[in-house]
Design a protein around this ligand. Structure first.
Ligand SMILES: [Zn+2]
Length: 287
């Protein structure tokens, strides 16, 4: 290993240890976007972001939740995506969107929640549709509203209506969208509700645990972000058949499973550009 590479590896490991030993990650100490050209760098779950834009906290058809966490920064594509979707939701569905996490001012890892959202291209949008604007207190401590009965593995029908279907379909229709994650029960509902022959959008809507009170929109790598690592395309087809059915939890086998040794997670090495960005930010005095 060359000396430079080894130093970077060590820095990466130190950052990881600092992150797990204390609460905030180094990325959470960064208060402003970098002044560079907008670029998503690395992968969704191991990367950073230059030239981020802030989503204005209150806009046409949306409100930002828990703004004190400063997770409302994104690549300009993500910011304009949210603004256009919110306008559609407002004027076509007569609802306001509640926007959860996007990214930190320069991307990177959160200390809590999910491991993605690192490159300014992931956006959480709650499935609680706001018919009235939320108050400041409600925005600071929002109550999630799950549309899935997790134990019964079924939709909570009185919390779901056609606006959810329309919203997710609008969200998936945008060319920039790579994937939208929702709970498998929600995906099934979307599969069953699509009556037209237009089922191509369903391919982008992917089942994933945890997404029962929000959907997670993931945009493709933007043009001019040459260091952005895309994800492989979802499997061909609408994903409504056997694959979706396989998510349904099966009754537990009566025999206990043989004990398996836990596998160690590999240490993620941050892209060099992100380590440089962090070092630069930490050594630049702020006014
Ligand atoms: Zn998310």
């Amino acid at each position: 290993m060359a000396l430079g590479v080894r130093l970077r590896y060590l820095l990466s490991v130190v950052l990881l240890l600092v992150t797990s030993a204390t609460h905030a990650t180094p990325w959470e100490q960064v208060k402003h976007p970098s002044p560079d050209f907008p670029q998503a760098i690395g992968s969704y779950a191991n990367g950073c972001l230059t030239g981020a834009e802030a989503l204005p906290l209150d806009g046409d058809g949306y409100q930002v939740l828990r703004a004190e966490r400063a997770r409302y920064y994104g690549h300009p594509n993500a910011i304009s995506y949210v603004q256009s979707l919110a306008k559609l939701a407002h004027y076509q569905l007569n609802i306001g969107l509640l926007i959860g996490d996007i990214s930190l001012p320069q991307g990177g890892r959160f200390s809590s929640g999910h491991s993605s959202h690192q490159t300014g291209l992931d956006i959480d949008i709650w499935l609680r549709l706001a018919e009235q604007p939320l108050s400041e207190q409600q925005l600071a401590k929002p109550q999630p509203l799950s549309v899935v009965d997790l134990k019964g593995y079924q939709l909570v029908k009185h919390r779901w209506d056609s606006r959810h279907f329309e919203l997710i379909k609008f969200a998936a229709a945008d060319e920039q969208v790579a994937r939208i994650f929702v709970h498998p029960v929600i995906k099934q509902q979307l599969c069953d509700s699509e009556q037209s022959s237009d089922r191509a959008w369903l391919r982008k809507v992917r089942p994933w645990w945890g997404h029962h009170y929000h959907m997670h929109v993931r945009l493709k790598c933007p043009e001019n972000s040459s260091s952005c690592r895309p994800q492989a395309q979802p499997p061909v087809g609408d994903g409504c058949g056997a694959e979706l059915a396989s998510w349904k939890p099966q009754p537990k086998p009566s025999k206990p499973k043989p004990a398996t040794t836990p596998t160690k997670k590999p240490i993620k090495i941050m892209p060099e550009q992100c380590l440089d960005l962090l070092q630069l930010t930490q050594h630049t005095p702020t006014s």
